[in-house]
Design a protein around this ligand. Sequence first.
Ligand code: SF4
Length: 243
Amino acid sequence: MQTAFASQYTDTAEADDTGNSAGLSPGDIAALNAAYEPLEFGDRIRKVYEDFAPDKVLVTSSFAATSAYFLHIISSIRPEQEIAFIDTGYHFQETISYRDFLSGEYGLKVRALRAEDWKHDFTRKDKTWSHDPDFCCSINKVEPLENVKPNYHLWISSLMRWQTDHRSDMQIFEERRGIIKFNPMIDVTKEQRDAYIKEHDLPFHPLVEQGFDSIGCSHCTFKGEGREGRWKGNKKTECGIHM
Ligand code: SF4
């Protein structure tokens, strides 16, 4: 089924006018939010694959603490969905193992997004994470993702409002830097997420049992509750891809 929204996606002129690759106006985005707000997250995801061309949908995963939650849902609704993994080159070995384990469990097709070699090598020799983490994230996370975003009309995230202040006022649909972000789980509470994980007996990242609640690159991740272990000692709370 293709809706009025989907019919706009190939209109390049309109996309140019709106500033996002899907060619959606602020009114279209408001209408999408109104239509999806009453639905629970599973129905939102099922509906989005009807309203948007499935091959124009981008899904990313960091294979972090509770990524099994999001990936279990996505893979059960659209098993052929490609999962983009931003491979910074600085992940814990446990993250790579968890990625491979979940890929086998759910039959995921994972595609790695990486910085150009010379840029990544610069950050490695410079230890950029130690004195300018924003720049390091920009090279190793933000830019590899920005490079592929023009190929898609919609980016599905697993963000939830309770995770950070920055995420607390996000909407189900919103435009961010030229792409429509779709946050189907934005209003899921921590308790609801944990109940789903328990009900489906989902596996956590192996570092969770060692006290890591949120897991990113090894240089910038420490034990702690919530996201307090990320960029510890630095006011930075987001890598930048969701800004
Ligand atoms: S999280 Fe740390 S190591 Fe990873 S890209 Fe950002 S600054 Fe660099």
